[in-house]
Design a protein around this ligand. Sequence first.
Ligand code: ADP
Length: 162
Amino acid sequence: MSRLAVYPGSFDPVTKGHLDIIQRAARLFDFVIVAVSNNSAKRHTFSVSDRIEMIEGSIRGLPNVDVDTFSGLLVDYLRSKKSHILIRGVRVVSDMDYEFQLASFNRRLYKEVETVFLMPDEQYTYLAASMVKEVARLGASVDPFVTPVVARTLKRTLKRSR
Ligand code: ADP
């Protein structure tokens, strides 16, 4: 039986930290779906289609990774994909506060689910999508933190919102 893992998140936008986690998951599992959340309660800088395009443009060369979107409960999405493997990234110990709560909650809703926590390379432990946006707004280069397709979309989107 092939193992399908789901890596959910906002990816607003996808950073090199997220990509590091995607690569690790792609080595561990037969197939990985990066699932972009379309949760209307949360405000995002980028539309779902922009977030998907940025991920697709950043993962070329990873044949066992697909990008999708979901709304509603994550566990329902997992069930619909017949997956019980949930990937999350943990940068620092303080991330675990929230991640532990989320994993416990998801297990309560779907008892077969296993959340797998992966650590990125240490150069990405400080990296957050919110900081990348702040750096871009302040006019500095985001090249160390995101792929060229994300840097271009960031520039275009910020110009439009000014
Ligand atoms: P969410 O709103 O679901 O937390 P994010 O896009 O912020 O969505 O994060 C998705 C997942 O990726 C989370 O598990 C988060 O901890 C992880 N993550 C975010 N930034 C990094 C990074 N720099 N390195 C590794 N994991 C990260």
